[in-house]
Unconditional design. Structure first.
Length: 212
């Protein structure tokens, strides 16, 4: 018999909330510890219940940095982010911030449940439709990393020096420093030491089927 997966669910729009709660409750291997959790209480709920998985409503978070901060504070809880038609780059960014899965709210219910199970085992999940979608995570564009900042972030996480990053990307040292400052600001951190604690996701192992 498979071990039960404990879940905390953030507050969602009424129809999404009803469907999500119903689907999770129908699965005998999933156990909701807390649901309809307000954004201001999500960290306290995770701290109190120590769930295997927390399902987050990205539209209710104030910034992308909150995903990073939750992952930093509670690395044992896998974060599943549901967003409004996220693009592939936006989902990959959420994984870089520490989420284990990023899915569209339009994803079929059974696939969301499957993603929760996969996430609980540390497997990363992206929606296949994100590759061609033009969705919006519901946060200010300035909170998202630019493609070049994402390149710099990856090299920073690999431990590359500013000089090595400049050489690899064929950009100037001051440009590297500017990108690094922007990355730290968007992640809500202040140094490479903080960044070193960010767990970079391994190769994606699965994709959720398209909605519909």
């Amino acid at each position: 018999m498979r071990a039960s997966v404990s879940v905390v669910v953030a507050k969602f729009e009424d129809l999404v909330a009803i469907g999500l709660t119903h689907l999770v409750n129908e699965d005998p291997n999933l156990r909701i510890l807390d649901d309809e959790v307000l954004p201001s209480a999500i960290e306290r709920s995770i701290e109190t219940h120590d769930p295997d998985v927390a399902v987050l409503n990205f539209g209710s978070l104030t910034s992308a940095a909150q995903v990073f901060q939750l992952h930093q504070s509670h690395p044992g809880t896998r974060l599943v982010v549901l967003a409004n038609r996220p693009t592939a780059s936006e989902c990959n960014q959420m994984l870089s911030f520490g989420a284990t899965a990023c899915l569209s709210k339009e994803t079929q219910g059974r696939d969301v449940v499957n993603a929760i199970h996969l996430a609980s085992r540390g497997m990363h999940v992206l929606p296949r439709s994100a590759a061609t979608g033009n969705g919006d995570l519901g946060i200010k564009g300035s909170d998202l990393l630019t493609p070049r900042e994402a390149d710099v972030l990856e090299l920073l996480q690999d431990g590359a020096t500013n000089a090595q990053i400049a050489q690899t990307l064929s950009i100037g040292m001051e440009t590297v420093r500017t990108h690094a400052r922007n990355i730290y600001r968007k992640l809500g951190i202040s140094s490479r030491r903080d960044l070193a604690r960010l767990s970079r996701p391994e190769t994606l192992v699965t994709q959720a089927p398209d909605a519909g």
